[in-house]
Design a protein around this ligand. Structure first.
Ligand code: SF4
Length: 338
């Protein structure tokens, strides 16, 4: 696998760690801009539009995260500020820029930004602003693609479809920042063949990086209730290992693999428990590659049309989201105080 750690070492000449930041965003799939309730697996009870974020708190979160990582690893070359919870491009664009610049400049050891968002929440104004940051900094945008199948997206209550993902990546590629796809394996109703179709889309659309997650259920979510009621089953560990290897064999060898599983704190996690043993899971996946004598990209088939020549389409961001980001809507969602 072209692992994330190795790719960071190549880029920065040493170990680089992500430090998570909660900047107080909500999500258009929670506040009603495109839907309410959020994704069925997401514990979004805290994503209140009235959350107040103090810039000082963002700086404090980064300082405290850096301190914790330094305590754990003696040789760290730098840190990436990772805007992780909720939808981190869902705010007026001038506020987003101010926030990201504060994160980039609050500590000389911060070498880059990672921004988690939805594919329907990156209008042109946001992409242009991120592109300008990427001129001088290492920036990654992580899109919640999850699957290319709209039935699965509907089952999760994502409130966007795969067309939004295709539109977002076709407008994002080539702007100087990394484009990462977040994918979930084990969505009920998806066959092995359907998951492999999602794998083929990674190369077709030209993503730079991928994060693979097993579907997992936590308390306090609609999915958690369904799992507790026995209505939904999670993937078995052995099936997951086989599926991950099949998936990685079908993506380009140069795609950076940032994650190969997902989990939650043990107190919150309902199923599957096997995802808590991350090191064993990684060893099993690596062992399966060895057993097959294969590697990432072994069965990759390059698309007929190179991703870099795909035309940039018109922006299909929903109007309700665009208005909020352009500062004309009923938000601001991000209330910043010095
Ligand atoms: S889009 Fe992301 S933040 Fe919003 S509800 Fe879904 S998982 Fe949660």
């Amino acid at each position: 696998m072209n692992s994330f750690g190795a790719s960071l070492r190549r880029r920065f000449g040493g170990r680089v760690q992500r430090v998570s930041v909660d900047a107080g965003f909500t999500c258009p799939n929670v506040d009603g801009a495109v839907a309410k309730g959020g994704c069925n697996f997401c514990d979004n009870r805290s994503f209140s539009p009235s959350r107040r974020v103090r810039l000082k708190q963002v700086r404090e979160q980064l300082a405290s995260g850096i301190k914790t990582v330094r305590h754990r690893y003696s040789k760290v070359r730098g840190f990436i500020a990772y805007f992780q919870p909720a939808t981190n491009t869902y705010a007026p664009v001038d506020q987003l820029q101010e926030l990201f610049e504060i994160a980039l400049n609050c500590d000389p050891e911060i070498v880059g930004l990672a921004i988690g968002t939805r594919p329907d929440c990156v209008p042109e104004s946001v992409l242009e602003m991120i592109q300008s940051l990427a001129l001088n900094h290492d920036v990654s945008v992580e899109f919640g693609m999850q699957t290319i199948h709209d039935a699965g997206l509907d089952w999760m209550n994502r409130a966007h479809n795969h067309d939004h993902m295709v539109n977002a990546i076709d407008r994002s590629r080539g702007r100087g920042f990394e484009c990462c796809a977040h994918v979930i394996l084990g969505i009920p109703g998806e066959t092995h063949a359907m998951m492999m179709q999602t794998a083929s889309e990674i190369g077709r659309l030209g993503f730079d990086a991928i994060k693979l997650h097993n579907l997992y259920a936590v308390h306090g979510t609609p999915l958690g209730e369904q799992v507790l009621a026995g209505e939904v089953q999670m993937m078995e560990r052995d099936v997951y290992v086989q599926t991950v290897v099949d998936f990685l064999e079908r993506i380009p060898p140069e795609t950076i693999v940032e994650r190969i599983s997902g989990d939650a704190p043990p107190d919150f996690l309902i199923e599957p428990k096997w995802c808590l043993e991350k090191s064993k899971l990684r060893l099993a996946i690596e062992g399966e590659f060895r057993r097959r004598g294969s590697r990432q990209g072994s069965h990759y088939v390059a698309p007929d049309v190179s991703p870099s020549t795909r035309p940039r389409p018109a922006d299909n961001t929903p109007e309700s989201i665009r208005q909020s980001i352009d500062g004309r809507g009923r938000l601001p969602v991000l209330k910043m105080e010095s």
